[in-house]
Design a protein around this ligand. Structure first.
Ligand SMILES: NC(=O)c1ccc[n+]([C@@H]2O[C@H](COP(=O)([O-])OP(=O)(O)OC[C@H]3O[C@@H](n4cnc5c(N)ncnc54)[C@H](O)[C@@H]3O)[C@@H](O)[C@H]2O)c1
Length: 395
């Protein structure tokens, strides 16, 4: 199916940047908001993104042409001719239900209904409609007009046609489109969660300080250290995601205690001016590490079980989770590293890092850590099988 007309429902953080991404590639876009006031706000979000693009050297005329392709509305009146709707309303299953019921009513029966949800099950969302074969996850990363990755997630009833159309559509936006099987947090955020937790566990145990962890991770492979990233996204969001992953995957995703301590102390990161780092009130610029974190850490009295900090330790849970995901056939092996690189800006993906460290060495490290720390380092059976087969890499 050829996608020509696209609509976005919700023009908040994601909806606005998705609309910009679509208009940048020549698509006419209808953006729907809930009320006139919210629509005004949503369109202002789009203007803000475009203003930033101009400040960064974008051509004002081209950007205005793109802006002209976006039309705001508060009704579904023009949805009859839409081929693909991308829903980006708040992450709440009741709100999603009401929007998908409306979409099912007001779009033509052939239209694909995609959700940008980060965590809600696509199969459940599909069941809100009479066309679950045409409901799919289209997971953009923030900001959608700059981030290259789109995860395409079929629910249980999603048709192959729908998936193929969405993969091609995402490619037409110049994105890396990766098919990801439905699982909690999908691929990239699932693997990210393991690494973010481990950074906090290392800090909690007193193996390394805030800057030491962030600098080591940056030098190793990521553009922003995990604690600085936690501050950007907010400890409250981080805690909700960590709890959700724990609920879905169990013990290996146990949230580190420091995270709820940070939330209780209102040290949420950039948005409260203090997280793992302090932020200048006026400029928002990152200052040094926040000394209050040390007090919280002291109160947790975590037993130190390792002698030293090695940067590889941060990435071992991510590598192990990558093997578990491959075992579950969540994505094709060749898609995994490119997805992590495009989604998180990593310079090497976890499978390449594993091969660089040595699969055998990874397994030995995991086995040692498993003895000391238990479940969160239990080696993935697929990793063991690669080592038994004397394979040097997955790819
Ligand atoms: N923020 C992120 O970094 C991020 C990244 C990837 C995916 N997501 C997912 O994208 C979705 C949207 O997240 P967000 O951060 O943009 O949320 P947001 O709160 O910034 O925006 C949601 C928008 O939806 C609008 N809305 C609510 N009900 C509506 C309705 N019935 N019709 C039209 N508009 C309606 C709201 O007015 C608001 O502007 C969520 O499912 C979230 O999990 C978010």
């Amino acid at each position: 199916m050829q996608v020509s007309n696209v609509a976005v429902v919700g023009a908040g953080t994601m909806g606005a940047s998705i609309a910009v991404a679509l208009a940048m590639r020549g698509y006419p876009v209808i953006v729907k908001e809930a009320t006139d006031e919210l629509l005004e706000k949503g369109l202002a979000n789009i203007e803000k993104l475009n203003k930033k693009r101009i400040e960064k050297g974008g051509n004002p005329e081209h950007i205005q042409e793109e802006r002209n392709r976006i039309e705001g509305t508060t009704s579904y009146a023009k949805f009859a001719d839409i081929d693909l709707v991308i829903e980006a309303v708040p992450e709440n299953i009741d709100i999603k239900r009401s929007v998908f019921e409306d979409l099912d009513e007001y779009t033509n029966v052939n239209a694909i209904l995609a959700s940008n949800t980060s965590s809600l099950p696509i199969t459940q969302i599909g069941a809100f409609t009479r066309r679950p074969d045409k409901v799919v996850g289209l997971h953009f990363f923030n900001p959608a007009h700059l981030m290259r990755l789109v995860e395409v997630i079929p629910g249980l009833e999603t048709s192959t046609d729908t998936v193929e159309t969405c993969l091609q559509f995402a490619q037409s936006l110049d994105k890396l489109a990766v098919r990801v099987d439905e699982c909690a947090s999908f691929l990239v955020n699932r693997l990210l969660g393991r690494y973010m937790n481990e950074a906090l566990f290392c800090l909690q145990e007193g193996l390394a300080g805030i800057e030491e962890i962030d600098n080591a991770a940056r030098e190793f492979v990521v553009p922003v250290g995990p604690l600085a990233l936690r501050d950007m996204n907010g400890a409250d969001i981080g805690l909700a995601v960590a709890k959700f992953n724990y609920q879905e995957y169990g013990e290996r995703f146990t949230p580190p205690a420091i995270l709820s301590e940070m939330v209780d102390a209102n040290m949420l990161g950039r948005k409260t001016g203090a997280g793992f780092y302090l932020y200048d009130e006026k400029s928002g610029q990152k200052q040094g590490p926040n000394p209050r974190v040390a007090e919280l850490l002291k109160s947790l009295k975590t037993e130190k079980k390792s002698d030293s900090f090695k940067v590889e330790r941060l990435f071992l849970p991510m590598i192990n989770e990558a093997f578990i995901a491959l075992q579950e056939r969540v994505c094709a092996a060749e898609d995994l590293d490119p997805a992590l690189m495009a989604g998180l800006g990593m310079r090497r993906g976890p499978l390449t890092i594993a091969a660089d460290i040595g699969l055998k060495e990874c397994l030995e490290m995991l086995e040692d850590l498993h003895k000391t720390y238990g479940e969160r380092f239990r080696p993935a059976p697929l990793l063991k099988r690669h080592v038994w087969a004397r394979r040097l890499s997955v790819l």
